[in-house]
Write a protein that binds this ligand. Structure first.
Ligand SMILES: CCCCCCCCCCCCCCC/C=C/C(=O)SCCNC(=O)CCNC(=O)[C@H](O)C(C)(C)COP(=O)(O)OP(=O)(O)OC[C@H]1O[C@@H](n2cnc3c(N)ncnc32)[C@H](O)[C@@H]1OP(=O)(O)O
Ligand SMILES: Cc1cc2nc3c(=O)[nH]c(=O)nc-3n(C[C@H](O)[C@H](O)[C@H](O)COP(=O)(O)OP(=O)(O)OC[C@H]3O[C@@H](n4cnc5c(N)ncnc54)[C@H](O)[C@@H]3O)c2cc1C
Length: 609
């Protein structure tokens, strides 16, 4: 499809999905499922996942009563317009202004510079009638920082932009189809007025007289919509990783290369230890991210209930966990999808493998909802704060509870003696805790050598990111272990999940061996025992690998991959796909007479000379 056709077709699908949701009707969970089967980014994502939650989280009761019924029936379509051309990560650096005019009781929205143009919001370019806009609030000449506003963008009769608004699509993005179904947009305001009651005023307010009443709750609640979406992105990472792994595992069982004895059958590539060493940790990650996603959903629900009761104590941890896990799982999944493409050899590069499009549509997850490095630095700040409070009498809780055992974890030596010890959950956990704590404490010690803490933080950014990643990996490993301790139906299933849990943990040790050795969390002998155990686990997973990806229950239609077909009938179907290509409509291609023939003739002429 051309971009226009793709965009229009996504509109058609979105509206059809919305119709089904209402007619059947579908529950919230079923609607989410439908979104996955629709399988294309579109305006519904931003409307439901950001516009509506932003009003719910930041609007007053009156604002919710006015706007939510319209939004819930999709009589208005909204998006989330925060990022600007000049600033995305640095939210406090946004430049759009919302100046209160007491004469008219309105805010005047203005884009003072080119860099202040909104740039990137999905659904903004062509579809949305409304947006939650983030702008600097100015009253009586004073800048109160960034706040949210509900703004109508387009005329409800003919969809034209309202006077004072310039709006459009930012252009083609990475990949052929992929994210190009979405109208990520730009927007500029030229002194555009909105009534005062369209500032989202649950947190802070502006009175009729123009007095600014600051929030008596943490202003970071304004970032709540991002926390909510980051949480869902972690479960989505599992879905995308599982999809790529399903394709690569099934194809690795079909594909044979080398190893024929006396003219016999060749070796299935899945039997090569190198293939297993690249593939099985990704299979394990798909399961691990699913379990940590379930736990994160619980954490998010818990913090939401606490916030409703004005208990803000766990907000910093919820922010650190959603930011860190969003970052870690999306980076691993993007890399994992690309690895699966390579695991499928040359055919993985074909569009019909399903992997190029999956990569193209997935990879921006490393950037949207917060650049992954910027988000890990938030985790690092949280860790540095926690370390600095050790010994102050305030016991670390939740995911940092292990830091409360700092005295032990800083000096303990791993008691792994034989390869099977690596199947002991307590020993594995302690190894990850020791590594994470030692990396965090080492950063804190290095930071303390700087007179200026912020300067020190800047200098140590790379180490801080590594420490944050170590902490996030510990969370994933520990939640996998907790899952195994709970009820899992079927002994066989539990054993398989145990194998995957240890593969997940031991491959991380292998991958980040430098961290584990340099922090003395393990010795080089223990590292080689871990490798030995890993190889043995691969052997145990191998006979069940295809069943473990079949368990994701993805239909062929959803996978969209010739290589990942359930029936394994890859080669005939690759031919079928190839023959469908428009280049094969004719035997002699268009352009032959114009370019190829004259070239060949010229060659023949010079040969004769
Ligand atoms: C396979 C097919 C596809 C299938 C897909 C299926 C589903 C679809 C997927 C889901 C839909 C996704 C749609 C994506 C659309 C994308 C939308 C967007 O991208 S919206 C824009 C997102 N933008 C960002 O994320 C910006 C990133 N920046 C920030 O969040 C912040 O500014 C910052 C975290 C970098 C902090 O900056 P800083 O200036 O330092 O902060 P402040 O001074 O403002 O605050 C410091 C203080 O606050 C704490 N803090 C920060 N953030 C939060 C928070 N969210 N909650 C709680 N607390 C927070 C921070 O820790 C500091 O605390 P302190 O105690 O002072 O140290
Ligand atoms: C597909 C897609 C959809 C999007 N949808 C929306 C949407 O609906 N609404 C919306 O408002 N926005 C949206 N965005 C914007 C998105 O949220 C931002 O692009 C994202 O937050 C990153 O910000 P940035 O582009 O300013 O990156 P930058 O911050 O400019 O990042 C550039 C580089 O600088 C590094 N960097 C930046 N700051 C630091 C630092 N302090 N320390 C160390 N390194 C740093 C980063 O790691 C990165 O390598 C979307 C983006 C994409 C790609």
């Amino acid at each position: 499809m051309t971009r226009k056709e793709l965009f229009k077709n996504t509109l058609r699908k979105s509206v059809h999905a919305w119709k089904l949701i209402n007619e059947l009707p579908l529950s919230d969970d079923e609607s989410l499922m439908l979104r996955h089967f629709m399988d294309q980014p579109g305006f519904l994502d931003l409307h439901w996942r950001m516009f509506v939650p932003a009003i719910k989280g930041q609007g007053t009761e009156e604002q919710k009563q006015k706007w939510l019924p319209l939004a819930n029936k999709m009589q208005i379509i909204g998006c989330y317009a925060q990022t600007e051309l000049g600033h995305g990560s640095n939210v406090q650096g946004l430049e759009t202004t919302a100046t209160f005019d007491p004469q008219t009781d309105q805010f005047i929205l203005h884009s003072p510079t080119q860099t202040s143009s909104k740039w990137w919001p999905g659904g903004l370019g062509k579809v949305s009638t409304h947006a939650v806009i983030y702008a600097r609030l100015i009253t009586d000449g004073k800048d109160h920082g960034v706040h949210g506003f509900i703004v109508q963008l387009r005329n409800m009769d003919d969809h034209s932009p309202l006077p004072g608004i310039t709006i459009g699509d930012i252009g083609v993005k990475f990949g052929n189809g992929a994210y190009n179904s979405m109208d990520n947009g730009f927007l500029m305001f030229d002194k555009f007025c909105i009534p005062r009651d369209q500032m989202l005023m649950r947190l802070s307010k502006v009175t009729r007289e123009g007095k600014y009443v600051p929030s008596d709750v943490p202003r970071q609640l304004m970032y709540g919509t991002m926390v909510s979406v980051r949480q869902t992105i972690v479960s989505n990472a599992s879905i995308a990783m599982a999809r790529a792994v399903c394709i690569a595992t099934r194809y690795s069982a079909v594909r044979r290369q080398f190893g024929s004895q006396n003219g016999g059958i060749e070796t299935q590539v899945i039997d090569y230890k190198t293939q297993q060493n690249r593939l099985f940790p990704l299979l394990a990650s798909a399961y691990a991210f699913r379990f940590v996603g379930e736990w994160l959903k619980w954490l998010y629900t818990d913090v939401t209930q606490r916030l409703e009761a004005s208990d803000f104590a766990t907000l910093p941890e919820a922010h650190a966990c959603t930011a860190g896990l969003k970052s870690m799982t999306t980076s691993a999944t993007s890399d994992g999808i690309e690895e699966c493409r390579k695991l499928c050899g040359g055919h993985g590069y074909l569009w019909c493998s399903g992997l190029p499009e999956l990569f193209a549509v997935y990879v921006p997850a490393c950037t949207y909802e917060g650049d992954n490095v910027v988000l890990q630095l938030q985790v690092a700040r949280f860790l540095m704060k926690t370390v600095s409070q050790l010994g102050s009498g305030k016991a670390p809780a939740g995911t940092t509870a292990y830091m409360g055992r700092a005295k032990h974890l800083l000096q303990c030596r791993s008691s792994i003696r034989k390869a099977e010890d690596w199947l002991n959950p307590a020993m594995v956990l302690e190894t990850f805790e020791a590594r994470a704590l030692r990396m965090a404490v080492s950063c804190a010690n290095n930071l303390s050598k700087f007179e200026n803490q912020e300067q020190g933080f800047s200098e140590l950014l790379a180490d801080l990111v590594e420490a944050a990643i170590a902490h996030c990996q510990l969370i994933v490993v520990s939640k996998f272990i907790v899952k195994l301790e709970g009820e899992i139906k079927g002994k066989g299933v539990k054993n398989q999940l145990k194998n995957l849990c240890y593969i997940y943990a031991l491959h991380l040790i292998h991958k980040h061996l430098g961290d584990f050795l340099s922090t003395n969390s393990i010795t080089s002998e223990q590292a080689s025992l871990a490798n030995h155990q890993l190889r043995s686990l691969y052997t145990q997973v191998r006979p069940n690998a295809v069943a473990l990806v079949d368990a994701f229950d993805y239909t062929d239609h959803y996978l969209g991959s010739v290589l990942g077909r359930y029936d394994g009938n890859v080669y005939p179907k690759l031919f079928e796909e190839a023959l469908k290509d428009p280049l094969n409509d004719t035997v002699v291609p268009d352009g032959y007479h114009e370019y190829i023939r004259p070239l060949i003739k010229q060659h023949l002429r010079s040969a004769r000379l």
